[in-house]
Write a protein that binds this ligand. Structure first.
Ligand code: 5GP
Length: 116
């Protein structure tokens, strides 16, 4: 479901609030934020989910985390804390079939075990 939405955002075919972009990754605000800060980071190349990465993607994944840490600082949630989530397939609740990382912060997230 909705597997092309993030491709369309990366390719500027639909509007979103882009907060960072470079040659490798694009970051934008989640349309339905679960916290005051809820940013999605995607690679600019299509990868369905974490099950589809290979060795050539290792630097790209590092880049996604590096940019996540920079955006956390920029949004002043580095000290208060934040959570990075990468969902994969049905049991995680993955909705969009395009590898993406969530940065959630600016609110108390609770223990991960309490996530519903
Ligand atoms: P998932 O559950 O797949 O890990 O997360 C998908 C996320 O994408 C959800 O948090 C949802 O709110 C967000 N989302 C879905 N459609 C759009 C859209 O068209 N634009 C933006 N910016 N976010 C979207």
């Amino acid at each position: 479901m909705n597997e092309n939405i993030f491709s369309k955002i990366v390719n500027n075919k639909i509007k979103s609030k882009i907060v960072y972009r470079d040659k490798y990754v694009t970051a934008f605000n989640d349309i339905n934020p679960k916290c005051p800060v809820h940013i999605i980071i995607v690679p600019n190349i299509y990868i369905k989910n974490l099950n589809y990465i290979n060795k050539s993607n290792i630097l790209l994944l590092g880049k996604m985390l590096f940019i996540a840490s920079k955006l956390a600082k920029k949004n002043n949630i580095d000290k208060s804390g934040y959570r990075i989530i990468i969902n994969c397939n049905k049991n995680s609740g993955q909705e969009i079939n395009y590898l993406h990382l969530h940065i959630l912060g600016g609110c108390y997230l609770g223990k991960i075990i309490n996530l519903k």
